[in-house]
Design a protein around this ligand. Structure first.
Ligand code: NAD
Length: 497
């Protein structure tokens, strides 16, 4: 399929793709695939007004009926899966299988949110006063601002939007300026669902296109009570305090520096498969990509040899071609920062295998994923470089391995390969991993929708998708009801008038 066929299959037309000032280049070959119109601060202000009016109506719609809109959205996504998956490949450079996976994740969260729409439950609590009852109820919050990163251009939006919508909120989505086309396509898919639904107010979903300035217009507004921001720790350091200053709420999903511990008892063949998928998948550009391999000295040489052999066979090329496993980096800046990190690793004593540019498709930044054997966890290893670089460290005792795993500023995902139950349970205990995600005998990436997703420390502390993540999109209210004929006070206080 040509680029223009992919764009038109995703319902994008000349009005979307021409005349705007935001130039969109495909990482596949650097081709210009769109000139998209951007929004100003004043446009965002207007959108916030529309979203507020829509919220006034939407919050009164019964939650299961709100779920019906998301059910229809999921249906439309199923119909559009292939077209949107291809567009994700073209615009973000993921291999088509991962593009499809991303759309499937959108569908999965819609399914989850539909069920959730009938389960926005609170607690009933025993009151200390006779003839009183207490309970906790959850109410819609208001306008939700979703700021998303380039590397999951549609799934992370859907995690937020599906839950925010069934919870009764309206959403303004600011996608990455590197991936506005997938956002415009998703908006059209949603509009189909909304038309079938019939009576949703205008402004349940709006898309604001632009860079940091457009994001800032959202974060600054006191009329946007919740900002869910996914991206670099650098961005989170700006957004977090800005929203906190006006007492808004945030869900921050920031950088990761994810590790795998490989113990002597590990199934090494499974470990190799998990390592390769999580270290080179999405060309190392997942927040959960495997970046640090902490291997026991007894199996280190064997494992590194197997890995080097697997890396040597990796098919690198256009993500739109079947059979390719490693697509391009997003752009030249990503390539430059990868090369700079490899140079720094060398000065810190690292032995680099791979990492060079590969002449796969002219105009794209394709690289051979790198394995870097380090003597210790130096400064560059503690830094998230958003590229396929796998640092290899060696350990002697599990305590040492866990200390290495935890000794980085980020706290997103982690895992251990071991068949020794004492080791795996220690890793999952309070003495183990300090991350939001800790896995056993699977890699750190590729999470399912049912669990809460997010991480600690510089990863920002936010949680999205499954479990009780929906709570973050609602406000909690504690109710005490007196159905007696008296007025007893709590704590037995006497106040007679
Ligand atoms: P980025 O920080 O450059 O941009 C992310 C988004 O933030 C973009 O939409 C951008 O326009 C916006 N933004 C930037 N500065 C802003 C500001 N001052 N105010 C408001 N908005 C602003 O990140 P990226 O390069 O697109 O994505 C890669 C990063 O995202 C990596 O660090 C990766 O680990 C992280 N990430 C984290 C998760 C997670 O769930 N933890 C998921 C995906 C990506």
């Amino acid at each position: 399929m040509s680029h223009s066929e992919i764009l038109s299959a995703a319902m994008l037309d000349a009005a979307d793709l021409t005349g705007g000032s935001l130039k969109v280049h495909s990482p596949v070959d650097g081709a210009l695939i769109g000139e998209v119109a951007t929004h100003s601060g004043a446009d965002v202000e207007k959108m916030i007004g529309t979203a507020k009016s829509a919220f006034a109506e939407w919050k009164l719609v019964p939650a299961p009926r709100r779920g019906e809109l998301i059910r229809l959205f999921g249906e439309e996504l199923r119909n559009a899966k292939e077209a949107l998956g291809k567009l994700v490949s073209l615009e973000a450079g993921k291999i088509f299988q991962e593009g499809l996976g991303e759309v499937q994740e959108m569908i999965d969260i819609c399914d989850l949110a539909v069920g959730q729409s009938r389960q926005l439950f609170g607690l009933t609590i025993a009151s200390e006063r006779p003839g009183h009852s207490m309970r906790e109820t959850w109410h819609p919050l208001g306008v939700t601002g979703v700021i998303s990163a380039f590397n999951f251009p549609v799934a992370v939006f859907a995690w937020n939007f599906a839950l925010a919508t069934v919870c009764g909120n309206t959403t303004i989505w600011k996608p990455s300026e590197k991936t506005p086309l997938t956002a415009l396509a998703v908006k059209k898919i949603f509009e189909r669902a909304s038309a079938r639904f019939g009576d949703a107010p205008d402004g349940v979903l709006q898309v604001a296109i632009g860079g940091a300035d457009v994001g800032e217009a959202l974060t600054a507004s006191k009329d946007v009570p919740l900002i869910s921001a996914t991206g670099s720790t650098r961005m989170g350091r700006i957004v977090g305090p800005k929203v906190a200053e006006r007492f808004g709420k945030t869900i921050l999903e920031l950088g990761g520096n994810n590790a795998m511990i490989v113990a002597p008892s590990a199934d090494l063949d499974n470990a190799v498969r998990a390592i390769v998928f999580s270290a080179v998948g999405t060309c190392g550009q997942r927040c959960t990509s495997l970046r640090r391999l902490i291997v026991h000295e007894d199996v280190r040489d064997q494992l590194v040899e197997k890995l080097k052999s697997a890396y040597g066979r990796l098919p690198i090329g256009s993500p739109l071609e079947q059979g390719v496993l490693v697509g391009p980096l997003i752009d030249k800046a990503a390539y430059d920062s990868m090369q700079a990190a490899l140079e720094k690793a060398k000065t810190e004593g690292g032995r680099v295998t791979g990492g060079e540019r590969v002449d796969a498709v002219e105009g794209g930044y394709y690289v051979r994923p790198a394995i870097v054997e380090m003597a210790g966890q130096s400064a560059i290893v503690k830094h998230e470089t958003f590229a396929p670089i796998l640092y290899v460290l060696t350990y002697k005792t599990l305590e040492e391995a866990i200390a290495l795993q935890n000794d980085v500023p980020q706290g997103l995902s982690s895992c251990i390969f071991s068949t020794d139950m004492r080791e795996t349970e220690t890793f999952l205990s309070a003495a183990g991993s300090d991350c939001g995600i800790a896995n056993v005998n699977i890699g750190p990436s590729g999470a399912e929708i049912g669990g809460a997703f997010g991480g600690e420390k510089e990863t920002g502390g936010g949680r999205e998708s499954g479990s009780d993540a929906w709570n973050a999109y609602m406000r909690r209210q504690t109710n005490t009801v007196n159905y007696s004929r008296a007025l007893p006070l709590a704590q037995g206080i006497r106040f007679d008038i």
